[in-house]
Design a protein around this ligand. Structure first.
Ligand code: NAD
Ligand code: UD1
Length: 367
């Protein structure tokens, strides 16, 4: 099979039923791509895909499949005319990764190896990978550029760093061997994705008590959780609380569509593997986020100051210039958009997808 004979509009989305993957499916379908989702539903529900169909009015194909199952993947590549893979599937909870490192390395690292082997055998060699700003670790910087040294500080972060290494090595080997159809890989390092689709039909649906700031605040605002703990107010930042680069999930997935276009274009003409930061370049403190949430929701956020959380940086935001220069991508939405869309999703789905899932369980749904 020749890579060029494949329909460039056919995309396989691993982890497509999850938070970011479901938003990517909407953008892909609306941009005219045909979407095939592979997800084992370990952290998602098929309801998200029903909502994707509802938003777009377009069909997508879903396989309930674990990316570590190479035989099943080979079968999917044999049946679907895939050109590019967007790889979101992975486990992402930092605390859980410290308690169960082998699970994280097996799921994330081995899973990506199995995926790339199946891709290679099917001669599908364009990949957009969900990496994370967490690969930068604690270098003492505040604004991160792609060439900065890497140094992840927990098993989740290291699983992402290891995958980046593997993907760089695969690409370098193809260039060394002058492969006819070399790997073309975009490593997208996300800063802090938040928000939801403007319809309020899809959004972040964390299992149990959220670890991350935005879903936590949102559940305090709706009354599901009693109080937010602000982890530290003695950082060397203007108000003492941690500063992060929050990015709207819809902006983030638009960056993925731009990455596909770049893989097809001049920058990657001879193959390659390149990292791009996806962030806004603008940081906000925890207190600024709380204030914005109170303004948008009209609710008071009950919070207390608590000790710092182990492993947290004072300040971390992106230098997003490379993505602008080479992908032609820039985040468009501001903090109030991010908060308003989070609140819209939360109020329309106070129990996430849970309330509707019981009535529409489905393991393999097409169209
Ligand atoms: P998510 O948990 O909502 O989505 C991940 C999806 O992958 C889920 O639907 C899950 O069921 C699926 N999955 C996990 N392991 C699988 C496997 N072995 N086989 C098949 N499917 C599998 O998470 P998300 O927030 O949408 O994150 C998507 C990707 O982006 C992840 O790789 C994550 O590490 C990365 N990322 C997320 C953030 C963030 O803040 N959300 C930040 C940086 C990077
Ligand atoms: C965390 C992960 C990171 C992962 C990212 C997205 C850690 C140490 N880092 O990043 O690896 O890529 O999520 O999934 O877990 N905060 C509070 N109270 C809370 C929650 C958070 O004050 O209940 C503060 C944090 O201290 C931080 C900011 O809010 O200053 C953002 O936290 P969070 O949303 O968890 O993201 P990160 O820590 O940046």
């Amino acid at each position: 099979m020749n890579q060029k004979s494949m329909n460039p509009k056919n995309i396989l989305v691993t982890g497509g039923a999850g938070y970011i993957g479901s938003h990517a499916c909407v953008e892909l379908l609306q941009a005219g791509f045909r979407v095939v989702v592979v997800d084992n539903l370990s952290n998602s529900k098929t309801e998200s895909l029903s909502r994707v169909r509802q938003i777009t009015g377009l069909p997508l194909t879903f396989y309930q499949c674990d990316i570590r199952d190479k035989t099943a993947l080979a079968d999917i590549f044999a049946h679907e005319d895939i050109n590019t893979v967007m790889h979101f599937a992975g486990l992402k909870a930092v605390g859980e990764s410290c308690a169960k490192p082998a699970l994280y390395y097996h799921n994330n690292v081995y899973g990506t190896l199995a995926l790339t082997e199946a891709m290679s055998e099917a001669n599908v060699k364009q990949l957009v990978f969900s990496s994370s700003a967490t690969v930068y670790g604690e270098s003492g910087c505040t604004q991160y550029s792609e060439h900065f040294p890497l140094g992840a500080i927990n098993p989740y972060g290291r699983s992402k760093a290891m995958i980046e290494d593997i993907l760089r090595d695969l690409s370098a080997a193809d260039i060394l061997n002058q492969a006819k159809a070399p790997w073309k890989i975009a490593l997208l390092r996300y800063f802090n994705p938040i928000g939801a689709h403007e319809s309020g039909l899809i959004g972040e649906d964390p299992n149990g008590i959220p670890n991350n700031l935005m879903p936590y605040i949102s559940q305090v605002a709706i009354g599901k959780l009693a109080q937010l703990s602000v982890f530290g107010n003695d950082y060397p930042t203007p108000d003492g609380t941690g500063i992060r680069d929050y990015i709207h999930v819809v902006d983030l997935v638009k960056g993925h569509i731009k990455a596909i276009a770049a893989l097809e274009g001049g920058t990657f003409e001879s193959g390659g593997c390149k990292a791009y930061n996806l962030g806004t370049g603008q940081g906000y403190s925890v207190l600024e986020i709380i204030n914005a949430f109170e303004k948008v929701s009209g609710r008071r956020i009950n919070y207390k100051i608590a000790p710092r959380r182990a492993g947290d940086l004072a300040e971390c935001f992106a230098n997003p210039e490379l993505a602008l220069k080479e992908l032609g991508w820039k985040a468009e939405k501001n903090l109030l958009d991010m908060v308003a869309d989070t609140w819209n999703w939360q109020t329309k789905n106070p129990q996430g997808y849970a309330s509707v899932e019981a009535g529409c369980a489905s393991t393999e749904a097409t169209g």
